[in-house]
Design a protein around this ligand. Structure first.
Ligand code: PHE
Length: 455
């Protein structure tokens, strides 16, 4: 049941973990959530959630993984045999599956946009829509998402690509690709950010993103910001327990957690600094616009105002597709690690067992943006329900159970031992982190949950 795989270098470990964290959550989900929940007010609560909950919960997951040296379920079983804490890992696997159903669909959108950028179709005029009008890209996206075959076929292609990498084994593939591509993603975001500052309503966009209106902070905003923090940092569903089990004995967990969280937050903030000047300048604010299409409209609009739009667009969508792929792989790895470890399955059958049912489920999720949009659960489509259920409920719940376990029921000294590498390094943060996990994280998550139920 134990796994003996390890990341081969410090840099590779950070790159792979950042590769898991940085994905569609930062570029696609974050701006849509920010726009839906009051702009800067959302950003403020999100940053607080990353520091107060994100970093301690990440340290908790790393510790359980590295101490248990196994997948999300069996790490708990090995640390506390005979106790029901493994249920938290099981919930993680269910949650990871639900995430994949919509994550693969949006990853497919990025591939379509990459294809259209390279072929130049994306910037070709649409018959009936005036060229250069604000509607050019919005129309194109909304029509595409609601279609039947193209989004579904791209979803299948994404699943196939992930399957191919996962079958080969993760470490070398993900580690190597992330080492090169993650720095490149940063670089291109910085270039786009400089460009966005020259848009006509850049100042208005920045004000919307950075100047909070405190009256907008409601329990609903808090639960969404908490969900976004967990989603973006890949927390609460066992991914980082699984990755933690690949860490070496001498890895400094605290430094790793801070580096990953800060880089992840930096990407989200850079994206916001590009998107909101774009939103204001191209008139994409307002309820009529579906937030989930936001980046697919704003970014092309910005490219269209730059020299050689096709080049920038292709570069951006390659990087977004890779970011989506490294994250999808880390989500699927939770279940694959469990199947191969627990049932002694080889990697290829374990990967097939996880990805094949997904073909059907993600197709349904894709169709729910168009022909199946009438199939709703509490007002959400299948796509929207999986997103809201996982990020806003299952991930915080997973983190809540884990914090209660680590704070109150885990073997004595487990966290202290992991945070100080068995007493070999000093760690002044070990005590505050333990305090946060024992008291603050569970209590605040509970309060946010309960108040949001009644609002
Ligand atoms: N953090 C990833 C993103 O921001 C998504 C993810 C969620 C990955 C959960 C792993 C686990 O896109």
């Amino acid at each position: 049941m134990a796994n003996n795989s390890e990341f081969s270098s410090k840099l590779g470990l950070i790159a792979a973990t950042v590769g898991s964290a940085v994905g569609l959550g930062n570029v696609w989900r974050f701006p849509a959530e920010t726009q839906a929940h009051g702009g800067a007010a959302f950003l403020l609560v999100y940053v607080a959630c990353v520091i107060l909950f994100g970093v301690p919960v990440m340290l908790g997951e790393f510790s359980i993984g590295r101490a248990g040296k196994s997948d999300a379920i069996d790490s708990y079983r090995r640390l506390s045999p005979g106790k029901p804490w493994w249920i938290s890992g099981f919930l993680g696997i269910v949650c990871s599956y639900l995430i994949l159903t919509f994550y693969m669909v949006v990853s497919g959108w990025t591939l379509e946009y990459l294809y259209q950028s390279i072929s130049g179709e994306l910037f070709a005029p649409i018959p009936g829509v005036e060229e250069g009008s604000n509607l050019q890209f919005a129309d194109r996206m909304q029509e595409y998402v609601a279609g039947v075959w193209p989004p579904m076929i791209w979803t299948w292609i994404t699943i196939g690509l992930c399957g191919a990498v996962l079958c080969m084994g993760v470490q070398k593939g993900i580690e190597r690709a992330s080492n090169i591509l993650m720095p490149l993603l940063f670089l291109i975001l910085i270039i786009l950010c400089v460009n966005a500052m020259n848009l006509p309503k850049a100042a208005e966009g920045l004000e919307y993103f950075f100047k909070p209106d405190f009256s907008k902070i409601t329990p609903k905003v808090c639960i969404s910001a908490l969900g976004q923090a967990f989603f973006s940092l890949s927390l609460g569903m066992g991914t980082l327990i699984t990755y933690g089990s690949y860490f070496r004995k001498d890895t400094n967990l605290t430094r790793t957690a801070f580096t990953v969280s800060l880089l992840d937050m930096a990407v989200a903030i850079l994206v916001g600094m590009i998107i909101f000047p774009g939103v204001m300048s191209f008139g994409l604010q307002g309820e009529s616009f579906d937030g989930s299409a936001l980046v697919f409209v704003t970014f092309p609009e910005i490219f269209n105002n730059m020299w050689c739009p096709q080049l920038w667009s292709s570069l951006f969508f390659i990087l977004l597709a890779v970011a989506a792929l490294t994250s999808s792989i880390s989500i699927a790895e939770v279940s694959i690690a469990y199947f191969s470890g627990h049932f002694n399955m080889k990697r290829v059958p374990a990967t097939c067992a996880v990805l094949l049912p997904l073909v059907l489920l993600s197709s349904l999720s894709s169709l729910s943006n168009g022909v199946l949009s009438d199939w709703t659960i509490c007002g959400y489509t299948i796509f929207g329900a999986c997103d809201a259920l996982t990020a806003n409920i299952l991930m915080p719940l997973g983190a809540l159970i884990m914090a209660v376990y680590l704070g109150w029921f885990a073997p004595k000294g487990l966290m202290q031992d992991q945070l100080t590498n068995g007493g070999t390094i000093r760690n002044r943060l070990a005590v505050p982190v333990m305090f946060l996990l024992k008291w603050v994280t569970p209590l605040l998550i509970l309060v946010i949950f309960i108040t949001s139920l009644f609002m």
